[in-house]
Design a protein around this ligand. Structure first.
Ligand code: 6GU
Length: 224
């Protein structure tokens, strides 16, 4: 899978892709992540990428020209399955959307910034709009990193143990059960006996029961 991220503040996007699972996914060449600086596609001498809003107010608005130029140059070499715009008024991200996006070959992720973006970008260049929750971030970069992390970890071969993405919270609309590791007794805080019993079937049943209990208590909406 190839992900091309377009941003006015590319430095905000660097570190999430330079460690751990996301780094390994790139080293193993399962995913290619390219970060593009919108300013490199400015169409004027001042290298500006935004302008005043027609009609006044609203602060600066990201211009359509550099975005169109950047997307057009990416499309010269690649067919994209989706051109995604990160925005707080987009569709709220969930595990189902991440699962669907993880099946694609090529996607563009455009990060919004400043006060807004010329609406014509959304009308003519964008195929999908995603938000990561009902709160406002200063820009789409952190949200794009969240989206990419949730997608990349689902691609086969990225996680060592392929079952581990399948047992994630939300994957079956249940929250994951609690887990424990050694020591079995710490300051008299004990690990549930069943987990050290070696009885695989009973452990599996216990985990499912705890998942249900936890979901009923914390996220009953998921059970509907
Ligand atoms: Cl995708 N962008 C911004 N700026 N704020 C957000 C968001 C996205 N999702 C939630 N809040």
């Amino acid at each position: 899978m190839k992900i091309d991220i377009i941003s006015a503040v590319p430095s905000l996007l660097k570190s999430p892709f330079e460690d751990s699972i996301l780094k390994r996914a790139q080293t193993k060449e399962i995913v290619e992540v390219n970060i593009h600086n919108l300013r490199d596609y400015s169409t004027n001498n001042q290298k500006s990428i935004d302008d005043y809003a027609f009609g006044g107010g609203a602060g600066m608005v990201l211009s359509i020209e550099p975005i169109d130029k950047c997307i057009a140059s990416l499309k010269e070499n690649t067919n994209y399955d989706e051109v995604i715009f990160m925005t707080p008024d987009g569709e709220k991200l969930n595990q189902k959307i991440s699962n669907q996006l993880s099946l694609h070959s090529n996607i563009i992720v455009l990060c919004g910034h400043y006060k807004g973006i010329d609406e014509r970008v959304r009308q003519h260049l964008i195929t999908k709009e995603i938000s990561i929750g009902d709160y406002v971030l200063s820009g789409g970069e952190l949200a794009a990193a969240v989206l990419c992390d949730s997608i990349i970890r689902l691609i086969p071969g990225v996680l060592n143990d392929e079952t581990s993405a399948l047992s994630d919270s939300f994957q079956d609309n249940l929250l994951a059960p609690p887990v424990f590791t050694r020591p079995a007794n710490f300051k008299n805080w004990e690990v549930p006996k069943i987990l050290t019993s070696g009885n695989t079937k009973e452990i599996e049943d216990w985990r499912h029961e705890k998942s249900l209990e936890k979901t009923t208590k914390l996220r009953p909406d998921l059970l509907k």
